[in-house]
Write a protein that binds this ligand. Structure first.
Ligand SMILES: C[S@@+](CC[C@H](N)C(=O)[O-])C[C@H]1O[C@@H](n2cnc3c(N)ncnc32)[C@H](O)[C@@H]1O
Length: 252
C-alpha cells in the first residue's frame, strides 16, 4: 500500500501530538534534564555512546566554521565537535531552559563556550545563509520536520551541510513490533530507576506512538529532498531503529 504524502502525514502527526509537543514535553525535559544523559545510557543499554561517536565521526568540520546544533539539549553534539575542532563557533538552540542549563554546566566543566538560545526551533531566530553546518540529533520525532528542515535550509550557507540523527520507525514490521515491545518495559524501568516526575511517566506511551507515526530512513531522505536539499544520503543501523542522514544546501 502506498503511504500518504509527507504533507498529509505531517498534518496527522501535528493533530495527534499538538498538545504533547506544545505543553507536556516542556515539563518532561524540565524534569529529565538532571538525569538525561545517564538515562539515555541505561535505556539504550550503552549503545548511545556508540551512536553518538558514529554520528560525530560522520560530520566533517573545518577550523573556524559556524555550527548550529538544533534541539541541542545538554550540548552533547556541540561539545563533541568542539573536542575535535576547538576553533568552531558553536550555537545551540533548544526550548528547554533546564536542558540548556545542564548543557551550559557541561560546557563550563570542559572549559568550552557554546552560545545558547532558548526558543522553538520551528522558527530559527538566525539570519539566512549564516551557518556552515547544522546538526539535529534525537529530536525530530517531536517536531514538524518539514517546517524545521525548511528553517535549517534557510539558515545554512549555500553548500552548507545538514547532519541529522534520530530514532526512526523501522521499515520492517516484525522488527518494529519487537522494538516497541522492548521499549515499553525499558521506558517503564528507566522512569522508575531515575524517579521520573508525573509528566515523564505520562509521556511513556507518547514516545512509542511518536515513533510509530514517524518516518523510516528512506522516508526521511524523501522529506529532505522534498524540502530542497541536495546530495541527500541516509543510512540506518540497529534494524532501522536509528538513522543517520546528511544533506547539502544547493549552490545558487
Ligand atoms: C531527546 S532530547 C535530544 C537532545 C540532544 N540533541 C541530544 O542528542 O542529546 C530532545 C530535545 O529537543 C528539545 N525540543 C523538543 N521540541 C522542541 C522545539 N519545538 N523547539 C526547541 N527544542 C525542542 C527538547 O527540549 C530536548 O532538549
Amino acid at each position: 500500500m502506498t503511504p500518504p504524502p509527507i504533507a498529509t502525514r505531517e498534518s496527522v502527526r501535528e493533530e495527534r501530538f499538538h498538545k504533547v509537543w506544545n505543553q507536556d514535553l516542556q515539563e518532561v525535559f524540565a524534569d529529565v534534564a538532571r538525569y538525561y544523559d545517564r538515562a539515555n545510557a541505561v535505556a539504550t543499554l550503552g549503545a548511545i555512546g556508540w551512536l553518538e561517536r558514529r554520528f560525530i565521526a560522520s560530520i566533517p568540520v573545518r577550523a573556524g566554521e559556524r555550527v548550529l546544533d538544533v534541539c541541542a539539549g545538554t550540548n552533547a553534539i556541540g561539545l563533541a565537535l568542539l573536542a575535535r575542532e576547538p576553533s568552531l563557533d558553536v550555537q545551540a538552540i533548544d526550548r528547554s531552559a533546564q536542558m540548556q542549563a545542564t548543557g551550559r554546566q557541561r560546557a563550563e566543566a570542559r572549559g568550552r563556550r557554546i552560545g545558547s538560545t532558548i526558543g522553538d526551533v520551528h522558527t530559527l531566530p538566525f539570519p539566512d545563509a549564516h551557518f556552515d553546518v547544522v546538526t539535529l540529533q534525537f529530536a525530530s520525532r517531536h517536531l514538524l520536520v518539514r517546517q524545521v528542515f525548511s528553517e535549517v535550509l534557510r539558515v545554512l550557507k549555500p553548500g552548507g551541510r545538514f547532519h541529522h540523527c534520530d530514532m526512526l520507525r523501522p521499515a520492517n514490521r516484525i522488527v518494529a513490533s519487537l522494538y516497541y515491545a522492548y521499549l515499553r518495559p525499558c521506558l517503564a524501568f528507566t522512569a522508575y530507576a531515575f524517579g521520573s516526575g508525573r509528566a515523564a511517566q505520562e509521556c511513556r506511551r507518547y514516545f512509542i506512538d511518536a515513533l510509530k507515526m514517524f518516518y523510516s530512513a528512506d522516508e526521511l531522505s524523501v522529506v529532505l529532498a522534498e524540502t530542497g536539499f541536495s546530495e541527500v544520503a541516509g543510512s540506518a543501523v540497529l534494524g532501522g531503529t536509528v538513522g543517520f542522514h546528511r544533506a547539502v544546501k544547493p549552490l545558487p
